[in-house]
Design a binder for this molecule. Structure first.
Ligand SMILES: [Zn+2]
Length: 99
């Protein structure tokens, strides 16, 4: 997960998904653990589940405009889930529509 190794962002990301009750199964427990104890508390088995969850989430939440080229953090992916565009492309589009 190059570029997504920001611990604070991972915590924010999972806090938001837990709040939305968007997680089920093993990743739900792992998310709670990350929020409570930090990313480094994961075992290697948990990290495998975590990695494949992030990969799938990234794949399912793809910015229509930049193909996630402008995505800089995990919480951007939640923004895409809501608006179909990443925050940067959404801001560009609004600017374009105003002009
Ligand atoms: Zn984008």
């Amino acid at each position: 997960m190059d570029g997504f190794e920001n611990n604070r962002d991972i915590t924010d990301f999972f806090e938001e998904l837990l709040k939305r009750e968007a997680l089920t199964g093993a990743i739900e427990g792992i998310a709670k653990q990350i929020v409570g104890k930090g990313e480094n508390s994961m075992t290697s088995r948990q990290r495998e589940v975590f990695d494949s969850f992030i990969q799938a989430y990234e794949k399912n939440n793809h910015c229509d405009r930049c193909g996630n080229g402008n995505v800089t953090c995990l919480t951007d992916l939640i923004f895409i889930a809501d608006y179909e565009l990443c925050p940067m492309c959404d801001a560009d589009r609004e600017k374009y529509m105003r002009d």
